[in-house]
Design a protein around this ligand. Structure first.
Ligand SMILES: *[C@@H]1O[C@H](CO)[C@@H](O)[C@H](O)[C@H]1NC(C)=O
Length: 641
């Protein structure tokens, strides 16, 4: 009788609950608008401490929360001890628990002592009115596999047993599927095994217990796709009581076709490699962003809500260098026009906005860009966002304008050399990849040189010094097994810097330049092999290096435009000038009408403002037209009655 009563009450409550649940307003869904926040990577690399993080979170809550910057995210390697010898792909410096799970390095995160993990930090972040995020890697760490730790079964609270056996890390780690950009750090787990799934579950349940609101899952997407792990993690997150946003990173070589298989499982996913503060990186986002909007991926169905193609963090303000073992120490290399272009494209494409600069040194110019109310309104609430092809341009004739603009806008540095392409990466079967050979200077120094093709004016040959990576004795066996015949290529003027196929960007744009050299380390991105046919192949991507002047420069191509509509009927039009000269860009209202939902606008009634200058713009002869600075943007807001 009692039992029956309880059951029927439960049933009744269940009904009420059910009807309440189905009424959940849309703002309860995950990522109903593109997530926004701050991430440690661009300013601290991996070296951030608890004190620095909480100090920064405090500033985010005072200065940026009101503008929707809500998530504060600890990027990679929070479990790595900051001691000599530890770097991105070093092995053996991580702190793991008895179940092989990563736990915060108590040296850098003192509040984690005594098994508390990130819970105290999450509490503090929550008390600031913010949400707490962490970066996690694919699968399981090599360190846990080497230690062969048992797997935790969270459903019963002890070691995972199946078929009369206790399962261990070695049973589930897939050595052949090491993370390509951190080969010594992490590998996939076999999700076909109950123990493999139990291990992943034990990770994410722990993150939820700590109070994590956001996970950035690395090395499972793009070139490193592991659809099984994404699918299973998504399933676990769906069942948790705690809402956790699910983000994938990076997204090297991602296409809409690949993303369609995962967008429903996650809330945001990168569509490029890492973005840093070079014009080349900004410009490399235009094509891929257009492709994703055309494929209707912006705000598509995601995990318990929506999902957003992610153009990566905003590396503005006070920064560090990719892959360096140090914190912020330099200004952004983008000039003001380039920064506005980045913010405008990111907003028009509704990318998540994660600020990457050091908020403790957030200058007014950077602050104004990342908190521009019109841009943030567009980023959160615009619709019908699409690249708009019907634009024309002519060179702006006021050349003195150009010179002045260049002089005044260049931030911190004079004209950067990095716009000059040194090398590109292309497929090794392409004959344009042939042209590398050994050149011996003396016994100790062998170089690999590029013989420039005859049609090209600058005949200076390009040579890189060859060296076997410096190995500790225990690393020699691994080197002989994995990298036999491969070498580091050093910059001639900076001997401790090696040619890196991904300027520590896990392969960004497939081009590189002077910034392509980063501190030498053990990493597939820095391993190169000269083939007998004169091609130079990179171990990470299997792509080959070629002279940058051979391939058309992505930046040389012209002008771009995006349109979108606002929630109060506004029309947003952005012009982008990717050229190295000032251009007057124009569009006709009749062409705009082709892509707008309301085709019968009374254009004469429109009030038009350009956002960055704050100027009123007149629509004359049914044309919207404006001179746009080098690498700059113009953003029009039209209010038509
Ligand atoms: C050069 O040799 C490599 C390795 O044998 C091969 O993969 C590549 O296709 C060759 N490239 C050309 C252009 O012949």
């Amino acid at each position: 009788m009692e039992f029956f009563l309880v059951v029927s009450i439960c049933f009744f409550l269940g009904l009420i609950f059910h009807s309440v649940q189905s009424d959940i307003p849309t703002n309860e869904e995950h990522a109903s608008i593109p997530p926004r926040g701050w991430n440690t990577y661009d300013s601290f690399c991996w070296t951030v401490s608890e004190e620095e993080f909480l100090q920064s979170a405090e500033i985010v809550s005072h200065r940026l929360k009101a503008q929707g910057y809500q998530y504060v995210v600890v990027d990679y390697l929070w479990y790595r001890q900051k001691v000599p010898g530890a770097y991105v792909d070093s092995l053996g410096f991580d702190v793991i628990d008895e179940w092989g799970r990563m736990i915060p390095d108590p040296g850098r995160w003192p509040s984690s002592k005594g098994g508390k993990g990130f819970s105290e930090i999450a509490n503090k972040v929550h008390s600031m009115g913010l949400k707490f995020g962490i970066h996690v890697m694919r699968g399981i760490s090599t360190q846990a596999v080497n230690a062969n730790t048992p797997i935790l079964d969270t459903t019963k609270g002890g070691a995972y047993e199946e078929s009369g056996q206790v399962w261990h890390a070695k049973d589930i780690g897939v050595k052949e599927r090491a993370c390509a950009w951190m080969t010594h750090g992490f590998m996939s787990v076999n999700t076909k095994l109950g123990a493999g799934r139990a291990f992943l579950r034990s990770l994410y349940e722990q993150y939820a217990e700590w109070g994590v609101d956001f996970v950035k899952h690395d090395c499972v997407f793009g070139d490193d796709l592991d659809i099984n792990e994404i699918t299973y993690v998504s399933e676990v997150l769906k069942e948790l009581n705690r809402p956790i946003l699910y983000s994938l990173s990076p997204g090297t070589s991602v296409t809409p076709a690949m993303a369609k298989d995962v967008s429903g499982l996650v809330n945001m996913y990168r569509i490029t490699g890492d973005d840093w503060d070079s014009w080349r990186d900004v410009a490399a986002h235009f094509d891929v962003t257009r492709d994703f909007s055309t494929a209707n991926m912006i705000g598509a169905k995601g995990l318990l809500g929506k999902s957003w193609p992610d153009l990566d963090m905003l590396p503005l303000g006070w920064l560090t260098d990719p892959g360096s073992n140090e914190g912020p120490h330099r200004h952004c290399n983008l000039n003001l026009d380039e920064q506005r272009t980045q913010m405008t494209l990111w907003s028009m494409a509704k990318s998540p906005l994660m600020f990457g600069g050091d908020v403790r040194k957030l200058d007014q110019a950077t602050y104004d860009i990342i908190t521009n109310p019109t841009l943030l309104e567009i980023n959160s609430f615009s619709s019908n966002n699409i690249e708009f092809p019907f634009i024309t341009s002519i060179k702006s004739l006021k050349s003195e304008d150009q010179v002045l603009a260049l002089k005044s806008w260049r931030c911190q540095r004079d004209l950067r050399k990095s716009d000059t392409t040194l090398l590109d990466l292309i497929g090794c079967t392409d004959s344009k990849a042939i042209g590398w050979s050994f050149k011996t200077l003396d016994q100790d120094m062998e170089q690999i040189c590029w013989r420039r093709s005859s049609g090209i004016k600058h005949q200076t040959s390009l040579c890189l010094r060859k060296r076997v990576p410096r190995l500790a004795s225990d690393e020699e066996t691994i080197y002989n097994k994995e990298y036999q015949g491969k070498h580091h290529l050093l910059a001639t003027d900076r001997m401790d810097f090696c040619l890196d196929a991904s300027p520590r960007k896990k392969l960004t744009s497939k081009e590189f330049n002077r910034d392509s050299f980063s501190p030498c380390r053990w990493d597939a991105n820095q391993m190169w092999e000269l083939n007998p046919n004169g091609t130079l192949v990179n171990s990470y991507s299997g792509l080959c290096a070629t002279d940058g002047s051979v391939k058309a420069n992505i930046n040389s191509g012209g002008i771009r435009s995006w349109v979108a509509t606002g929630r109060k009927g506004e029309i947003y039009i952005a012009f982008f000038n990717l050229n190295a000269q000032k251009m007057v860009i124009s569009t006709k209202t009749s062409d705009l009408a082709r892509v707008l939902p309301d085709r019968n606008l009374n254009w004469n009634s429109c009030k038009c403002i350009e956002v960055w200058s704050g100027k009123d713009i007149e629509i004359t002869q049914e044309t919207i037209s404006l001179a746009v600075e080098i690498h700059g943007t113009a953003l029009f807001v039209l209010n038509c009655s």
